[in-house]
Design a binder for this molecule. Structure first.
Ligand SMILES: Cc1ncc(COP(=O)(O)O)c(C=O)c1O
Length: 463
């Protein structure tokens, strides 16, 4: 088996017999011409290999799918239009009304929204495990109608690390698959399939694409789960479209991937453009170089932040002070990723000053870019959550999230120091205002009207 760096530029490649193009061409076409009536019928019926229509398959997209399947050492991948689409396709390939999904508590806010607003409205129940490091809690909360266990290998934004092997064991004890979102780790830092995950999902918009230009998503069937022995009746039972045979009868080990591709992805239709498939594949060719460098810089930045008196907490699993440090050492020895959070003692007012003062960090909701990015989760991505849920997730008003890019570490630290200087200047100014107001007999509130509670008030548990 070739090393990762070799694989990322060669896995799944196919030669262009027509012209010898070395880079995968962009097949920007809606459909594919048939030579004859018989060929059209054969392709639709599945008796003849070949493409029909780009919503069901496209050679540029297929090249990307082969590459990601290769990097995750999976059986087959399905590429779709975004990470959200990948989660939707992965899960609707498994669950239906009346089923139950058991998820780690700390997950990306969009995935939580998909669970609570999207899937719940389809009659699918969602439950969150409070302490995902407690395997007995996972065990206790599996119900007769549970069909999927879910978690993120590195959680966004808290950087909790999933005990993939442990949770996979609980899933398999109950005959269920474990689905892992591996967006923040990428297969360079961790292959969840090596530890028993059955389906791996990516937002390719992040590190796989890597350049902040493209949205995309990938579902990988790792190939280890026995679909024939599963509780999924839509895969094991007779199907009208298959002349009364089942997906397992017709597709064997590929039953789930065939269903997820031909029923969920193709009929719900969240297609990835071949143009974007090309850009993501180009990004993947430098994945290891970027992620290694970004992780190394993130660790340097996290260590620097931890030493600053204005910072009350740093969420980065590469720090010995983080509660997931032990799991990170086990699962992520090469690096712990490039997303980190830090909480300012001055709460929301301090976070606002900091956010507005930085010059090199881009104020954006995104991660995995070559550029470094900064976000205030409590007022943006997590603004819609109830205050107690935000608190439980450690998303206080003083929390800022960073996505570390490829800039020089010293330049990034200088920019963060600029943010801290603005916080200190703001605190001094409001102290002065408070003194003059109180000497005039007034009660002055120096915080902006929209400020949140300070992080100092947020308990450490549940972060
Ligand atoms: C862990 C994780 N999963 C999924 C997504 C959704 O991806 P996309 O924005 O490509 O839909 C994100 C986006 O931030 C994410 O961080």
């Amino acid at each position: 088996m070739p090393e990762f760096t070799t694989h990322q530029v060669h896995a799944g490649e196919s030669r262009d017999a027509a012209h010898g193009a070395r880079v995968t061409p962009i097949y920007l076409t809606a459909g594919f011409e048939f030579d004859s009536f018989a060929q059209a019928e054969g392709r639709f019926g599945g008796d003849e290999a070949g493409y029909t229509y780009s919503r069901s398959g496209n050679p540029t997209t297929a090249a990307l799918e082969r590459r990601v399947a290769g990097l995750e050492r999976g059986r087959e991948a399905i590429a779709v239009g975004s990470g959200q689409a990948a989660l939707t396709v992965a899960l609707l390939g498994l669950v239906q009304a009346g089923d139950h999904i058991l998820s780690a508590q700390s997950i990306y806010s969009g995935t939580r929204g998909l669970f609570e607003n999207g899937l719940k409205r389809l009659g699918i129940e969602i439950e969150f495990v409070d302490d995902p490091t407690d395997l007995d809690e996972w065990r206790r909360r599996v119900r007769p109608n549970t069909r999927v266990l879910f978690g993120e290998s590195i959680a966004n934004p808290g950087t909790e690390i999933l005990d993939v092997a442990g949770v996979a064991t609980v899933a398999h004890e109950n005959g269920l698959p474990l689905v892992v979102d591996n967006t923040l780790a990428t297969p360079y830092l961790l292959r969840p399939g090596d530890f028993g995950a059955d389906i791996v999902v990516h937002s390719a918009s992040k590190y796989l694409g890597g350049h902040g230009s493209t949205l995309g998503g990938i579902v990988v069937d790792q190939g280890g789960y026995d679909w024939a022995a599963s509780p999924f009746r839509h895969l094991t039972g007779p199907d009208e479209w298959l002349d009364g045979r089942s997906y397992v009868d017709v597709h064997g080990d590929g039953a789930y991937a065939a269903f997820a591709r031909s029923v969920v992805a193709s009929l719900f239709g969240p297609v990835l453009s071949p143009m974007n498939a090309f850009l993501i594949q180009q990004g993947i060719e430098t994945l290891s170089l970027r992620v290694q460098r970004q992780s190394d810089t993130a660790l340097a930045v996290a260590r620097w932040l931890e030493a600053q008196p204005e910072v009350v907490r740093v969420d980065y699993a590469g720090l010995a002070s983080h509660r997931a440090y032990g799991l990170a050492q086990r699962y992520l020895p090469r690096g712990q990723g490039a997303v980190l959070g830090f909480a300012l003692a001055g709460g929301a007012a301090a976070a606002e000053r900091f956010y507005d003062a930085v010059e090199l960090f881009s104020r954006m909701t995104h991660i995995g870019d070559v550029r470094s990015l900064i976000l205030h989760p409590a007022s943006t991505t997590h603004g819609h959550l109830a205050a107690d849920v935000r608190e439980e997730l450690g998303i206080g008003g003083g929390l800022l999230r960073l996505s570390i890019g490829l800039e020089d570490a010293d330049d990034l630290i200088e920019d963060l120091a600029r943010g801290l200087a603005a916080v200190a200047a703001g605190a001094a100014a409001s102290e002065g205002a408070a003194v003059s107001a109180s000497s005039a007999g007034d009660s002055a509130d120096a915080l902006p009207a929209h400020a949140f509670a300070t992080d100092a008030a947020v308990p450490a548990a549940g972060r």
